[in-house]
Design a protein around this ligand. Structure first.
Ligand code: NAD
Length: 476
């Protein structure tokens, strides 16, 4: 399979192509992705720039129809595309199919948003003058996405961009071109004018800065790592360009003595290890009060050891491989760092299976302290640490002792502690008796501190980023 770039409505083959490797079986080459260079990127931006006013003038019905078509096809093909997703990214088949369904639901939601126009008509303080406050499209939006949700994240950026009348240039992550291509291929048949959606695959370090700095691009929405995000923020700041960043996390899950232990173990197993821990909302710091600590660690260790690691496409697999060799090495390095800092390690070993893939066992690191690197830096793999604390007050202080602020959870049967935690956890999303990962598609998503910057993504709040507010005064 050859994935081409979509530029101004044409599928463009480029001089070079990059192999798309299955992380469950490196002998399986899924396809080859055309690698755009400077010239192709320039053409894609020009196409979006030309198409933006056309799409800005589209009716709510046209926007609804294109988004609804895309959502319906994603939902109808969720098994097929979920298989592709699991094959190229490595999450389990159930997780892959679930993610494609999520992308479909996102398009359906934003189809509705295209019809739910909002605005205000107000009286002026001056006699006879009328005021209207409306939302207008931003123009051309550059979308830069990571590999870990290869169809849902492009979906939750493209769908609101189109619903609010913008043209887009999507630069997906190098490791997952198949999903980006599949999504854009559906969009190319959705009735959108040529140039409204453009796909450019290629090296992020080359294409990314050009996309960000091009004066024809009015806004950038980025999801990825903190260092890349910081660079983008600086460039957008210098150009006074609208920017939205979703980055890393070091998400705490607090377990109190009064928690339902089975529920807490299930929430931590899910939050820490499902999707191979490759979620920005993964629970990587498990903060446990001393009365339940030992029973919790014993139960979670048993549950973790029971997880079946294997080929993402095997229906029996509960944890797929790590996405690539570099991420696997980083995960194993962090396990060693934690050990050298005095942590007690269970699991966290390289795993050799029948097929040559990037497999490791999930890791739980106990006897850790808040100052250890394992509790301060994002690993982005199936590696969780446990911190023993005296009581709720210390748990909250440790939970907030981080430069990140994406998601935080608490397992407790105390309404008092749950309410206090919801109010005082310094994060964008709080979960009570639920895993830190796993969010709905119709409500805002995002964090605080070093995790996020700019307006929220998703739900009705997405309008903040994808539109500009205009105030019109009329003397009739
Ligand atoms: P990354 O920062 O390496 O890459 C993200 C995207 O940026 C890719 O498309 C990449 O090609 C591109 N890129 C690379 N260099 C660039 C540059 N100089 N300028 C512009 N773009 C450039 O991140 P990744 O490894 O793909 O993803 C993992 C990271 O993403 C983790 O840190 C994770 O926490 C984060 N993440 C955050 C969220 C969230 O919503 N907060 C969601 C998913 C993933």
């Amino acid at each position: 399979m050859e994935y081409r770039n979509l530029i101004g409505g044409d599928w463009v083959a480029c001089g070079t192509a990059r192999a798309n490797v299955n992380p469950s079986d490196v002998a399986d080459i899924i396809g080859h992705a055309a690698q755009a260079g400077e010239e192709e990127l320039d053409a894609a931006i020009a196409a979006a720039h030309a198409a933006a006013p056309i799409w800005a003038a589209s009716t709510p019905q046209q926007r609804f129809d294109a988004l609804d078509f895309t959502g319906a096809e994603l939902l109808a093909r969720k098994e097929e595309l979920g298989r592709l997703l699991s094959r190229e990214e490595g999450k389990t088949l159930a997780e892959g199919i679930g993610e494609v369904a999520r992308a479909g639901q996102i398009f359906k939601f934003f189809a509705g948003e295209a019809l739910r126009q909002t605005g205000d008509r107000l009286a002026s303080v001056r006699p006879g003058v009328e005021i209207e406050v409306t939302r207008t499209p931003v123009g051309v939006v550059g979308l830069i996405t990571p590999w870990n949700f290869p169809i849902a994240i492009p979906a939750w950026k493209i769908a609101p961009a189109l619903a609010h009348g913008n043209a887009v240039v999507l630069k997906p992550a190098d490791l997952v071109p198949g999903c980006a291509y599949a999504l854009v291929e559906i969009l190319s048949r959705a009735g959108l004018p040529a140039g409204v959606v453009n796909l450019v695959m290629g090296r992020g370090s080359e294409l990314g800065p050009r996309l960000v700095s091009d004066a024809r691009v009015n806004a950038i929405s980025f999801t990825g790592s903190v260092p890349t995000g910081r660079g983008i923020a600086a460039a957008c700041g210098a150009a006074m360009k609208k920017v939205q960043l979703e980055m890393g996390g070091k998400n705490p899950m607090v377990v109190l003595d009064d928690a339902d232990l089975d529920l807490a173990v299930a929430a931590c197993l899910n939050g820490a290890f499902f999707t191979t821990g490759q979620r920005c909302t993964a629970s990587s710091r498990l903060i446990v009060t001393e009365g339940v600590h030992d029973r919790f660690v014993a139960a979670l260790t048993a549950a973790m050891r029971g997880l079946r690691v294997g080929d993402a496409l095997d229906p029996a697999t509960q944890m797929g491989p790590v996405v690539d060799a570099r991420q696997l090495e980083q995960n194993l390095d962090y396990v060693e760092i934690a050990r050298s800092e005095g942590g007690a390690v269970t699991g966290g070993e390289r795993l050799a299976l029948d097929k040559d893939g990037f497999y490791m066992t999930p890791a739980l690191i106990t006897e850790t302290t808040p100052d250890m690197r394992i509790n301060r830096e994002e690993v982005f793999g199936p590696v969780a640490s446990v911190l023993r604390v005296r009581d709720y007050d210390e748990a909250l202080a440790v939970a907030n002792d981080t430069e990140f602020g994406l998601s935080a959870g608490i397992c407790t049967t105390s309404l008092k502690h749950a309410s206090h935690f919801k109010a005082n956890a310094r994060v964008g999303m709080v979960m009570v008796n639920l895993p830190t990962a796993g969010v709905d598609y119709h409500v805002p998503f995002g964090g605080t501190k070093g995790s996020s910057h700019g307006a929220r993504e998703q739900g009705a709040y997405a309008a903040e980023f994808y539109t500009t507010v205009k105030t019109a005064y009329t003397l009739p």
